[in-house]
Design a protein around this ligand. Sequence first.
Ligand SMILES: [Zn+2]
Length: 220
Amino acid sequence: MNKRENRRNSRRLYPVIMITLVIVIAVLAVILILTRRSETEEVSVYGIGNVDQYRPQMSVELLTPNPYSRPQTATDKITGIVIHYVANPGSTAEQNRSYFEGLKDSHETYASSHFIVGLEGEIIQCVPTSEVAYASNDRNHDTVSIEVCHPDETGKFNDATYDSLVELTGWLCEYLEVPVDNVIRHYDVTGKLCPLYFVEHEDAWEQFKDDVTHWISKHQ
Ligand SMILES: [Zn+2]
């Protein structure tokens, strides 16, 4: 083979190499896209299978429909969960529910919450998650609210209350397909010092979200 033939051969080979390269890149791109898509699908069906099985024990005591605490307005798609504290030291979940229920007669203010977690860890549901509750101001239409009882002025939750709150929040994240990053404090909506202890102790708030993440990873 002389030099000229060599050059001719390499010129003939050039398009073959280019085409092969293009095919390899295309195949790699397809593999990448397919892998990505299966990851997304996994995230979107995350947890669904066991949602009913892990529903926390709760007492469903829906408020009487009324304009002050249960207007029966349909929510938009729920995108977040808002944590509150009742700001009434030592009061029970049942007492806080009664307060919301009483607004239908007292007309004192507009207030309610989807759930209340009590001092013994008991959970009362007051409003269906498909209906607006009056708890989180501008976010009432697309969030679910949890009011939490506390023994004293510091607003710190006792262990029984805290454990139930972690369980309820984790379960709601799964049930409503809300990522833990979208679990927020009332403070994050309006700047109100609510829930007080989680506003004054950022580390406790971060720990709470870690505990919720951990609960979810154990119950998928
Ligand atoms: Zn609040």
